[in-house]
Design a binder for this molecule. Structure first.
Ligand code: AMP
Ligand code: ZN
Length: 450
């Protein structure tokens, strides 16, 4: 089966047909680096990492370009640096470093390119100049604004026409705007705010413009896939499309738009005011990154996902089961993903279905089919899971506990061998009380948390 992906633009699932045969390029909006990422931000990271792995399998490692930017020019950064009394450069550098650590802990491969807004200001200034020359942008009070009515196709991605947007008051009203839907491409920087010289005075780019400039520089004006969380559909991605396509008549921009659903926390939107922001760093103190990754992949990426502690417990239990089944078998680097797992992923990244196919493989291992263990390892690799030896999973997660459980299992085996079934049952019951289920199979006894 070929890879099918859902396209927000057409609202349909269709086979991916790259612009250039045999090669794929995709762009994902990266973090705005003013603070630690939360579990919601981790969702696109993990989802598009699975896409990256899958594309590399289909097209070959050298033929896939994954560009994920760093937004290091943004008013939230300026405000946070001021609040903390630190230099902007120091804040962004430290935040990027922590972001890389978090992404690695979540099992994400590095993207092929990671452009930073601060390295692309000349491209941004050039893009704005072109939009002005073509009559799609205008200068007003030191700002440059995109003239939305000059681009009639505006609103196709989000399904919001300019009129609906204005009527719904989903735009910021400002006296210098010709039309309420117009949005900022460039704004003036006064005092100690970061600024760059431009034909419109010292200033800084708007966020939407940054992504148009960076994607154009690294992937060209027409490329395969653009991704991000669904909150970015409007206005961020809508505005990116308008900027790039209005500036270049030949620009197709992204052909496919993929958006992940939102992560909520116990039914509520994550927000500062509710105090329910789940920093990845803090979760990593209590849970292995692989548990967070598994939890994020346990629901289809387009659906909403509600976080509860139970979600992480279930993720850990499933990983315990898989690591029990896989043992030390298999090589995550080995080629070939089991057909049902690949078919699930090829169907618009159906990770929950892939995971249920992995449970099927684990069942086979527990029924005595050791060959299924290597297949399970390879299935895990497609999702960026099961990369560690089982021993280190259990030791890393809960080494003492795992060793204690294994010692009890051995005592039970000796008791049974000696005919002392009462003692064997007592050990089984004790483990059961501790939330550990034993599975006796032809290859010996395995266990999992219940
Ligand atoms: P930001 O730093 O806010 O621009 O967000 C970085 C990425 O995380 C974007 O792709 C957002 O769409 C995504 N994102 C932010 N919050 C959530 C959430 N609660 N659930 C899923 N994705 C999110
Ligand atoms: Zn973006």
């Amino acid at each position: 089966m070929t890879l099918h992906v859902h396209n927000t633009l057409t609202r349909r699932k269709a086979p991916l047909e790259p612009v250039e045969a045999g090669k794929v390029g995709f762009y994902v909006c990266g973090p705005t680096v003013y603070g630690p990422i939360h579990l919601g931000n981790a969702r696109p990271l993990v989802v598009f990492d699975v896409l990256f792995r899958l594309l590399r399998r289909h097209y070959g490692e050298g033929n896939v370009r994954y560009v994920r930017n760093i937004t290091d020019i943004d008013d939230k950064i300026n405000a946070e640096a001021r609040r903390r009394g630190v230099a902007i450069g120091a804040l962004t550098a430290a935040t990027v470093e922590r972001f890389h650590e978090d992404a690695a802990a979540l099992g994400c491969l590095e993207p092929t390119e990671e452009p930073r807004a601060t390295d692309h200001v000349p491209e941004m200034v050039a893009l704005i100049g072109r939009l002005i020359d073509l009559g799609h942008a205008y200068e007003a009070e030191g700002h440059v604004l995109f003239d939305v009515p000059s681009y009639p196709a505006y609103g196709r991605l989000s399904g919001n026409s300019r009129d609906e947007i204005v009527a719904g008051a989903r735009v910021e009203v400002a006296p210098y705007k010709k039309d309420p839907a117009d949005f900022v491409l460039w704004k003036p920087s006064t005092g100690d705010l970061p600024g760059w010289d431009s034909p419109w005075g010292r200033g800084r780019p708007g966020w939407h413009l940054e992504c148009s400039a960076m994607s154009g520089k690294h992937l060209g004006r027409t490329f395969d896939i653009h991704g991000g969380g669904r909150d970015l559909i409007f206005p961020h991605h809508e505005n990116e499309i308008a900027q790039t396509r209005a500036a270049h008549a030949d620009a197709g921009f992204a052909r496919v738009w993929m958006h992940n659903g939102f992560l909520s926390v116990e039914g509520e939107k994550m927000s500062k005011s509710l105090g329910n922001i789940l920093a990845v760093r803090e979760l990593l103190e209590d849970w292995p990154g692989e548990v967070l990754r598994f939890a994020l992949l346990s629901t289809h990426y387009r659906r909403p996902l509600d976080f509860t502690v139970g979600l992480l417990r279930r993720a850990r239990a499933a990983l315990d089961r898989f690591y029990n089944a896989v043992g030390e078998a298999g090589d995550p680097e080995a080629a070939g993903v089991p057909a049902d797992v690949l078919a699930a992923l090829d169907d618009d990244l159906n990770t929950p279905l892939a995971i249920s196919a992995m449970h099927g493989l684990a069942d086979r291992v527990f029924q005595g089919d050791r060959g299924a263990a290597a297949a399970l390892r390879r299935a895990g690799a497609a999702l960026g899971l099961l990369g560690a030896p089982s021993r280190s999973w259990f030791q890393g997660a809960d080494g003492d506990e795992a060793r204690g459980i294994e010692a009890l299992i051995e005592r039970r085996a000796s008791a049974r061998a000696a005919g002392d079934f009462a003692e064997a049952d007592r050990i089984r019951d004790e483990l059961k009380r501790r939330g550990v289920a034993l599975m006796d199979g032809p290859g010996g006894t395995t266990w999992r948390r219940t």
